[in-house]
Design a protein around this ligand. Structure first.
Ligand code: SF4
Ligand code: SF4
Length: 253
């Protein structure tokens, strides 16, 4: 991750990077994310602390030890572990091993997912997880592909699969002005959710721009600059329509 406001332009990171993943464009240091192997060499030489390696490699056992530090809290609050990300299903084998451990220890588990995984992985994970927090962004597949880069068929089919398997699901819909908040968009969400039998609740999440700073740090362009955050009235309008699916609808997560 790059903190551009700390960078003094010394170019030490460019020299240190054996992958040629860093370059200077118009006096700005940029990282080519696809070429970065996360070796951390550039972080070591950056005395301005403008670079940071996010995350660390851990084994399943190490993660379990971390989780168990909160064990007393789980028992008191009747809570559990939520595997989030990013996308936890991007690392299915690791996740499945962790879920097995959680089940063995009697700890409740939730998976926060966009659902864009194969049916086989979803089926396997569903046998071990207790709850799915499932993102739905757009019912129109062409629009879905336009804004996310992928069609939504697999996502919808996996949600139907969880319904058939009677797995508990909370659906989370980000409400994004002019992208998925038209009457037609909202009615399409409502009509689809109505066909599912396993939805415990729908959370409507107002779009916010908090992620913008993160994009800057990753050297990525933020393409939602023009999109405004929804008003309270717009959120109420969305909730009123989606409530027609017959499930409890809550604004916020
Ligand atoms: S080493 Fe740090 S301060 Fe120097 S150019 Fe790279 S990011 Fe900027
Ligand atoms: S972490 Fe990435 S950008 Fe930094 S030196 Fe290693 S390969 Fe290059």
């Amino acid at each position: 991750m790059l903190f551009p406001n700390r960078c003094i332009g010394c170019k030490a990171c460019i020299e240190a990077c054996g992958q040629n993943a860093i370059k200077e464009v118009n006096d700005i240091v940029m990282t080519k994310i696809k070429e970065c192997i996360h070796c951390g060499e550039c972080v070591e030489v950056c005395y301005a602390e403008a670079r940071e390696l996010a995350g660390k490699v851990m084994t399943v056992d190490e993660v379990v030890v971390e989780i168990l530090k909160d064990r007393d809290f789980f028992w008191q609050s009747k809570g559990g572990v939520t595997f989030s990300g990013g996308e936890p299903l991007m690392q299915p084998r690791f996740l499945i091993e962790l879920l097995k451990e959680m089940r063995r220890l009697g700890i409740h588990t939730a998976i926060d997912t966009c659902g864009f995984v194969s049916k086989e992985i979803m089926e396997e994970v569903s046998q071990l997880a207790d709850l799915f927090l499932y993102d739905l962004k757009q019912m129109d597949s062409i629009k879905h592909e336009k804004y996310t880069g992928v069609p939504n068929r697999m996502i919808l089919e996996n949600l139907e699969l969880l319904s058939d398997l009677n797995k508990e699901v909370i659906i989370r819909i980000p409400i994004i002005p002019r992208i998925n908040d038209s009457k037609e968009d909202l009615e399409a969400f409502r009509d689809f959710i109505k066909t599912l039998s396993n939805v415990k609740m729908v959370n409507l999440l107002p779009y916010h721009k908090i992620g913008q700073e993160k994009y800057n740090r990753l050297g990525k362009s933020y393409r939602m600059l023009e999109v405004e955050e929804p008003t309270n009235e717009a959120m109420d309008f969305s909730a009123d329509i989606i409530r027609g699916c017959g499930v409890n609808v809550k604004i916020g997560g």
